[in-house]
Design a protein around this ligand. Structure first.
Ligand code: KIV
Ligand code: NA
Length: 270
Protein backbone atom coordinates (compact mmCIF):
# COMPACT_ATOMS: atom_id res chain seq x y z
CA UNK A 1 0.00 0.00 0.00
CA UNK A 2 1.03 3.60 -0.67
CA UNK A 3 1.94 6.22 1.88
CA UNK A 4 -0.72 7.92 3.97
CA UNK A 5 -1.26 11.42 2.59
CA UNK A 6 -2.90 14.52 3.97
CA UNK A 7 -6.24 14.05 2.12
CA UNK A 8 -6.48 10.62 3.80
CA UNK A 9 -6.42 12.32 7.19
CA UNK A 10 -9.05 14.86 6.11
CA UNK A 11 -11.21 11.96 4.91
CA UNK A 12 -10.73 10.18 8.23
CA UNK A 13 -12.09 13.24 10.05
CA UNK A 14 -15.13 13.40 7.76
CA UNK A 15 -15.79 9.68 8.24
CA UNK A 16 -15.13 9.73 11.99
CA UNK A 17 -12.14 7.33 11.83
CA UNK A 18 -9.56 8.04 14.55
CA UNK A 19 -5.85 7.61 13.78
CA UNK A 20 -2.68 7.27 15.78
CA UNK A 21 0.65 9.09 15.67
CA UNK A 22 3.82 8.20 17.56
CA UNK A 23 7.19 9.83 17.65
CA UNK A 24 10.08 7.98 16.01
CA UNK A 25 13.70 8.95 15.60
CA UNK A 26 15.36 5.85 14.17
CA UNK A 27 15.09 3.00 11.71
CA UNK A 28 14.06 0.23 14.15
CA UNK A 29 11.10 1.95 15.71
CA UNK A 30 9.96 3.55 12.44
CA UNK A 31 9.64 0.13 10.79
CA UNK A 32 7.99 -1.49 13.84
CA UNK A 33 5.45 1.31 14.33
CA UNK A 34 4.51 1.47 10.65
CA UNK A 35 4.10 -2.32 10.61
CA UNK A 36 1.84 -1.98 13.66
CA UNK A 37 -0.45 0.37 11.75
CA UNK A 38 0.58 3.75 13.14
CA UNK A 39 -0.61 6.14 10.42
CA UNK A 40 1.73 9.06 11.11
CA UNK A 41 5.23 9.30 12.61
CA UNK A 42 6.53 12.47 14.21
CA UNK A 43 10.23 13.17 14.33
CA UNK A 44 9.66 15.42 17.31
CA UNK A 45 12.02 17.89 18.87
CA UNK A 46 11.41 15.66 21.91
CA UNK A 47 14.49 13.96 20.40
CA UNK A 48 16.30 16.62 22.43
CA UNK A 49 15.39 14.60 25.53
CA UNK A 50 14.85 11.09 24.21
CA UNK A 51 17.82 10.86 21.81
CA UNK A 52 20.31 13.58 22.69
CA UNK A 53 19.93 13.75 26.47
CA UNK A 54 19.35 17.50 26.69
CA UNK A 55 17.34 18.69 29.71
CA UNK A 56 14.71 20.39 27.49
CA UNK A 57 13.69 20.67 23.85
CA UNK A 58 15.20 24.16 23.55
CA UNK A 59 18.73 22.94 22.83
CA UNK A 60 18.18 20.66 19.83
CA UNK A 61 19.14 22.05 16.40
CA UNK A 62 18.00 21.63 12.81
CA UNK A 63 21.30 19.88 12.03
CA UNK A 64 20.65 17.37 14.81
CA UNK A 65 17.04 16.63 13.79
CA UNK A 66 17.56 16.31 10.03
CA UNK A 67 19.51 13.02 10.10
CA UNK A 68 16.88 11.47 12.40
CA UNK A 69 14.02 12.53 10.10
CA UNK A 70 15.90 11.21 7.07
CA UNK A 71 16.34 7.84 8.82
CA UNK A 72 12.63 7.60 9.62
CA UNK A 73 11.68 8.41 6.01
CA UNK A 74 14.18 5.83 4.64
CA UNK A 75 12.81 3.18 6.98
CA UNK A 76 9.13 3.57 6.06
CA UNK A 77 6.97 3.26 2.97
CA UNK A 78 3.47 3.77 4.34
CA UNK A 79 3.43 6.19 7.27
CA UNK A 80 3.11 9.96 6.89
CA UNK A 81 6.33 11.42 8.31
CA UNK A 82 6.17 14.84 10.00
CA UNK A 83 9.29 16.66 11.25
CA UNK A 84 9.35 19.22 14.05
CA UNK A 85 10.91 22.63 13.45
CA UNK A 86 13.07 23.13 16.54
CA UNK A 87 13.19 26.19 18.80
CA UNK A 88 15.02 29.08 17.15
CA UNK A 89 14.52 27.90 13.57
CA UNK A 90 11.28 29.73 12.65
CA UNK A 91 10.26 32.40 15.21
CA UNK A 92 12.06 35.31 13.51
CA UNK A 93 9.50 35.44 10.73
CA UNK A 94 7.97 33.82 7.65
CA UNK A 95 11.24 33.90 5.68
CA UNK A 96 13.20 32.04 8.35
CA UNK A 97 10.34 29.57 8.84
CA UNK A 98 10.08 28.84 5.11
CA UNK A 99 13.87 28.43 4.80
CA UNK A 100 13.93 25.89 7.64
CA UNK A 101 10.88 24.00 6.41
CA UNK A 102 12.42 23.83 2.94
CA UNK A 103 15.61 22.31 4.37
CA UNK A 104 13.60 19.58 6.10
CA UNK A 105 11.67 18.78 2.92
CA UNK A 106 14.79 18.67 0.71
CA UNK A 107 17.16 16.92 3.08
CA UNK A 108 14.85 14.37 4.75
CA UNK A 109 12.03 13.52 2.34
CA UNK A 110 9.43 14.11 5.05
CA UNK A 111 5.88 14.99 3.99
CA UNK A 112 5.15 17.81 6.42
CA UNK A 113 6.61 19.96 9.19
CA UNK A 114 5.23 20.93 12.60
CA UNK A 115 5.75 24.13 14.54
CA UNK A 116 4.50 25.52 17.85
CA UNK A 117 2.24 28.53 18.30
CA UNK A 118 -1.20 29.71 17.19
CA UNK A 119 -2.06 33.35 16.55
CA UNK A 120 1.59 34.39 17.02
CA UNK A 121 2.82 31.94 14.33
CA UNK A 122 0.01 32.35 11.77
CA UNK A 123 2.25 34.27 9.34
CA UNK A 124 4.86 31.49 9.47
CA UNK A 125 2.25 28.79 8.85
CA UNK A 126 0.82 30.78 5.93
CA UNK A 127 4.23 31.30 4.32
CA UNK A 128 5.20 27.63 4.56
CA UNK A 129 1.86 26.33 3.26
CA UNK A 130 1.92 28.90 0.42
CA UNK A 131 5.14 27.22 -0.72
CA UNK A 132 3.34 23.87 -0.93
CA UNK A 133 4.71 22.45 2.31
CA UNK A 134 2.07 20.99 4.64
CA UNK A 135 2.18 22.31 8.20
CA UNK A 136 0.90 20.70 11.39
CA UNK A 137 0.20 23.27 14.10
CA UNK A 138 0.78 22.74 17.82
CA UNK A 139 -1.11 24.74 20.46
CA UNK A 140 -2.18 24.50 24.09
CA UNK A 141 0.92 23.65 26.07
CA UNK A 142 3.89 24.27 23.77
CA UNK A 143 7.12 22.87 25.30
CA UNK A 144 9.38 25.30 23.41
CA UNK A 145 7.74 28.15 25.37
CA UNK A 146 8.01 26.32 28.68
CA UNK A 147 9.69 29.31 30.34
CA UNK A 148 7.16 31.83 29.06
CA UNK A 149 4.28 29.60 30.17
CA UNK A 150 5.77 29.05 33.64
CA UNK A 151 6.30 25.29 33.36
CA UNK A 152 4.35 22.25 32.27
CA UNK A 153 0.73 23.30 32.85
CA UNK A 154 -2.66 22.57 31.41
CA UNK A 155 -3.66 25.40 29.02
CA UNK A 156 -7.17 26.65 28.41
CA UNK A 157 -8.87 26.36 31.79
CA UNK A 158 -11.31 29.15 32.63
CA UNK A 159 -10.65 32.46 30.88
CA UNK A 160 -7.67 30.97 28.99
CA UNK A 161 -10.06 28.87 26.92
CA UNK A 162 -10.74 31.76 24.52
CA UNK A 163 -7.03 32.06 23.82
CA UNK A 164 -6.74 28.36 22.95
CA UNK A 165 -9.85 28.59 20.74
CA UNK A 166 -8.40 31.63 18.95
CA UNK A 167 -5.10 29.79 18.44
CA UNK A 168 -6.91 26.79 16.95
CA UNK A 169 -8.83 29.00 14.55
CA UNK A 170 -5.70 30.96 13.57
CA UNK A 171 -3.76 27.79 12.79
CA UNK A 172 -6.57 26.40 10.62
CA UNK A 173 -7.13 29.72 8.83
CA UNK A 174 -3.40 30.03 8.12
CA UNK A 175 -3.61 26.77 6.21
CA UNK A 176 -2.37 24.06 8.58
CA UNK A 177 -3.59 20.54 7.68
CA UNK A 178 -3.89 19.41 11.32
CA UNK A 179 -3.15 20.72 14.79
CA UNK A 180 -1.73 19.15 17.95
CA UNK A 181 -3.64 20.07 21.13
CA UNK A 182 -1.33 19.48 24.09
CA UNK A 183 -2.50 19.48 27.73
CA UNK A 184 -5.89 21.04 27.04
CA UNK A 185 -8.99 20.11 29.10
CA UNK A 186 -10.94 17.32 27.44
CA UNK A 187 -14.22 19.23 26.94
CA UNK A 188 -12.41 22.18 25.32
CA UNK A 189 -10.45 19.86 22.99
CA UNK A 190 -13.69 18.13 21.99
CA UNK A 191 -15.34 21.47 21.25
CA UNK A 192 -12.36 22.68 19.18
CA UNK A 193 -12.36 19.37 17.29
CA UNK A 194 -16.03 19.87 16.36
CA UNK A 195 -15.47 23.47 15.28
CA UNK A 196 -12.30 23.02 13.24
CA UNK A 197 -12.34 21.83 9.63
CA UNK A 198 -8.92 20.17 10.11
CA UNK A 199 -7.98 17.12 12.21
CA UNK A 200 -6.96 17.65 15.84
CA UNK A 201 -4.25 15.47 17.33
CA UNK A 202 -4.47 15.22 21.09
CA UNK A 203 -1.79 14.66 23.72
CA UNK A 204 -3.19 15.15 27.18
CA UNK A 205 -6.41 16.43 25.58
CA UNK A 206 -8.83 13.56 26.20
CA UNK A 207 -10.57 11.18 23.81
CA UNK A 208 -12.54 13.76 21.83
CA UNK A 209 -9.84 14.65 19.31
CA UNK A 210 -9.57 13.18 15.79
CA UNK A 211 -6.20 11.54 16.51
CA UNK A 212 -3.72 10.95 19.32
CA UNK A 213 0.05 11.37 19.59
CA UNK A 214 2.52 10.16 22.22
CA UNK A 215 6.28 10.13 22.64
CA UNK A 216 7.13 6.49 22.01
CA UNK A 217 9.54 6.11 24.93
CA UNK A 218 6.74 7.31 27.23
CA UNK A 219 4.15 4.84 25.97
CA UNK A 220 6.69 1.98 25.91
CA UNK A 221 7.87 2.51 29.48
CA UNK A 222 11.39 3.76 28.80
CA UNK A 223 11.04 7.08 30.60
CA UNK A 224 11.03 7.01 34.40
CA UNK A 225 8.50 9.80 34.98
CA UNK A 226 5.65 10.60 32.59
CA UNK A 227 2.61 12.87 32.64
CA UNK A 228 -0.86 11.88 33.86
CA UNK A 229 -2.00 11.62 30.23
CA UNK A 230 0.52 8.92 29.28
CA UNK A 231 -0.49 5.27 29.25
CA UNK A 232 2.45 2.88 29.47
CA UNK A 233 1.61 0.10 27.01
CA UNK A 234 4.81 -1.80 27.81
CA UNK A 235 7.68 -1.73 30.30
CA UNK A 236 10.57 -1.81 27.84
CA UNK A 237 12.92 -0.25 30.37
CA UNK A 238 12.53 -3.33 32.57
CA UNK A 239 12.75 -5.74 29.62
CA UNK A 240 15.95 -4.14 28.25
CA UNK A 241 17.51 -3.84 31.70
CA UNK A 242 16.87 -7.54 32.37
CA UNK A 243 18.35 -8.49 28.99
CA UNK A 244 21.48 -6.41 29.54
CA UNK A 245 21.92 -7.81 33.07
CA UNK A 246 21.64 -11.40 31.81
CA UNK A 247 24.21 -10.66 29.08
CA UNK A 248 26.65 -9.14 31.60
CA UNK A 249 26.26 -12.17 33.89
CA UNK A 250 26.73 -14.74 31.12
CA UNK A 251 29.79 -12.97 29.74
CA UNK A 252 31.31 -12.87 33.23
CA UNK A 253 30.47 -16.56 33.82
CA UNK A 254 31.69 -17.63 30.37
CA UNK A 255 28.32 -19.20 29.47
CA UNK A 256 27.89 -16.80 26.55
CA UNK A 257 28.91 -17.41 23.80
CA UNK A 258 28.01 -21.11 23.82
CA UNK A 259 29.13 -23.70 21.27
CA UNK A 260 26.06 -22.86 19.13
CA UNK A 261 27.30 -19.28 18.76
CA UNK A 262 30.88 -20.30 17.91
CA UNK A 263 32.49 -21.06 14.49
CA UNK A 264 34.50 -24.27 14.08
CA UNK A 265 37.90 -24.33 12.41
CA UNK A 266 37.46 -26.85 9.54
CA UNK A 267 34.86 -26.63 6.77
CA UNK A 268 32.96 -23.73 8.26
CA UNK A 269 30.91 -22.15 5.45
CA UNK A 270 30.74 -18.76 7.09
O1 KIV B 1 8.24 16.65 20.03
C1 KIV B 1 7.25 15.93 20.27
O2 KIV B 1 7.39 14.73 20.59
C2 KIV B 1 5.91 16.50 20.12
C3 KIV B 1 4.71 15.66 20.40
C4 KIV B 1 4.68 15.02 21.72
C5 KIV B 1 3.45 16.33 20.06
O3 KIV B 1 5.82 17.63 19.73
NA1 NA C 1 7.68 18.81 19.62
Amino acid sequence: PRRVRIPDLQAAKREGRRWAMLTSYDTSTAAIFEQAGVEALLVGDSAANTVYGYPSTLAVTVDELIPLAAAVVRSTSRALVVADLPFGSYEQGPAQALATATRFMKETGCAAVKLEGGVRMAAQIAAITAAGIPVMGHIGFTPQSEHGLGGYRVQGRGEQSDRVRADARAVAEAGAFAVVLEMVPGPLATEITRELPIPTVGIGAGAGTDAQVLVWQDMAGLTPRTGKFVKRYAELGTVLGDAARAYVTEVAEGTYPGPEHTFDLPADPA
